[in-house]
Design a protein around this ligand. Structure first.
Ligand code: AMP
Ligand code: ZN
Length: 126
């Protein structure tokens, strides 16, 4: 079995760790001791923000029971944050993971995507 980590970035130069530490700017919508939420720099819908744990977890594939509390908290607060950003009638959550999931930034993040209009289908059956 290949146990090579999925992480091409170290915590030191991880762009989302740097946002969490306040070293590079982001349009934050929420932050506390455990996680940060900020607008995606390249939104795909009228509402598109990201939730990231402050702890550097490279991807969902690297998450384990140590991260249960923070991941649960992020999901538990997603609805409230989405409503505050204008998702009155629902939204989509996406976690891209690893090479197959086309993950670009290797610091676990939850996309919250929505807007007034229904979103296109996520994946089409071929
Ligand atoms: P993923 O493909 O799931 O790894 O998505 C990474 C997301 O991070 C993309 O939607 C990018 O637009 C977004 N992103 C990359 N850099 C930044 C940044 N500095 N501030 C906000 N969003 C970013
Ligand atoms: Zn990081």
């Amino acid at each position: 079995m290949n146990n090579a980590p999925l992480t091409p970035h170290s915590e030191k130069d991880c762009i989302f760790c740097r946002i969490s530490r306040g070293e590079i700017p982001a349009r934050k919508v929420y932050e506390d001791d455990d996680f940060v939420a900020f607008h995606d720099i390249n939104p795909v819908a009228p509402v598109h923000f990201l939730l990231i744990p402050r702890a550097h977890i490279a991807s969902l594939a690297e998450a384990d029971m140590r991260h249960q509390a923070v991941l649960g908290k992020m999901l538990a607060m997603a609805g409230q944050l989405a409503r505050e950003q204008g998702c009155a009638d629902g939204f989509r959550t996406i976690i891209n993971t690893g090479k197959v999931g086309l993950q670009e930034v290797y610091h676990l993040h939850i996309h919250i995507i929505g807007g007034p209009q229904p979103l296109p289908p996520m994946l089409r059956k071929s």
